[in-house]
Design a protein around this ligand. Structure first.
Ligand code: FAD
Length: 299
């Protein structure tokens, strides 16, 4: 393991202080530190040797889970994964996000790791990214040039590459508090805990008299970025929620995937497990809707 090379450390207390800091270090690429569960590992291994590390943890207003009067839920970038996992409104209304948080790393990692760090690291299997894609989350950012908001679908640009520009930070995410949706997250890792997914699937579903009225399926580990399985979604919409349609949707999701082989798993293995994960997530949603009983336990 390489030793840390010396670096300058800064801890702004507000976005104004951050702006001044960035202006005074023009030409230097800041490395942001939130929970440090990714960044410190990368620095210790010698992968990154930053000149300037900017600790975000003392920035006011970037933590917490806040329902808005406009029917939205805002989650600050510095909110820990453990706080996402524990929040009652997330557990009851955004179950897939709760399940993603619950599945991330160990208790110690979840206690330090933040939502913003999980999105910013650009991983195609980040456990917060996949549910947030399925919930059509908006990602909120700040830079010296101003604030931006973008859809989760446009945030991930390639392997480890996001739409964040130099110096820009994630300030939080926004979700719509939509009634009548059921959701689920399924993850396959080499072990049950402490592991980044080989592949994962998040499903958000709305039913109308046993038929699927609206469905969004997001996949992790299926491409260099998190993706939506649009043709599987299109196929399911308007169809009855029965075993045949669910199985076909899983196959379509795999057809839309283009995974790579890595040290974690081969492309072929990922293609084989994606349909299973999609089917499982769909079944969990239906069970939560009480639909499983209606079709005599067929699912
Ligand atoms: C043992 C172990 C197990 C893990 N298991 C999982 C797992 O199961 N699933 C999973 O998804 N991940 C896992 N991870 C990866 C990591 O813990 C998470 O991705 C975590 O959420 C990162 O958040 P952080 O706050 O620690 O980020 P940091 O390490 O502080 O930062 C990560 C990256 O994001 C940038 N960054 C941080 N916050 C912001 C922000 N607000 N705006 C812009 N850039 C920002 C940093 O500059 C850095 O490049 C694991 C890591 C470890 C060490």
């Amino acid at each position: 393991m390489a030793h840390l090379t010396p670096f300058e450390y800064a801890r702004p207390g507000s976005l104004e202080e951050l702006q001044e800091l960035l202006a005074s270090r023009a030409g230097v690429t800041p490395f942001y530190l939130a929970g440090g569960t990714d960044l410190m590992v990368a620095m210790r291994s010698g992968k990154y040797s930053p000149e300037l590390v900017v600790d975000l943890k003392h920035l006011a207003g970037l933590g917490g889970v806040n329902p808005g009067k406009d029917g939205t839920l805002r989650i600050g970038a510095l909110t820990t994964i453990h706080a996402v996992e524990e929040h009652e409104l997330i557990r009851s209304r955004f179950t897939a996000l709760h399940e993603g948080a619950r599945s991330l790393g160990s208790f110690q990692v979840r206690n330090r790791a933040t939502l913003g760090g999980n999105l910013a690291n650009g991983s195609p299997t980040a456990d917060m990214a996949i549910p947030l894609m399925a919930f059509n989350a908006e990602i909120l950012t700040w830079s010296s040039k101003g604030e931006r908001r973008m859809s989760a679908a446009s945030f991930w640009m390639g392997a480890g590459k996001t739409a964040l520009q130099q110096g820009e930070i994630i300030t939080g995410i926004e979700l719509l508090l939509d009634e009548g949706l059921r959701s689920a997250y399924e993850k396959l890792g080499p072990r049950n805990a402490m592991d980044i997914a080989i592949a994962s699937a998040a499903v958000v579903l709305r039913l109308d008299s046993g038929s699927i009225r609206e469905v969004r399926i997001a996949l992790g580990g299926a491409c260099p970025t998190p993706i939506r399985a649009h043709s599987a979604e299109k196929y399911l919409e308007g169809h009855r929620a029965d075993p045949e349609h669910i199985s076909q949707a899983g196959k379509l999701a795999a057809d839309e995937s283009n995974p790579r082989s890595s040290t974690r798993a081969s492309r072929e293995y990922r293609l084989a497990v994606i349909p299973v994960l999609v089917e499982r997530a769909l079944r969990h949603c239906l069970r939560r809707q009480g639909i499983i009983d209606e079709i005599n336990g067929q699912l």
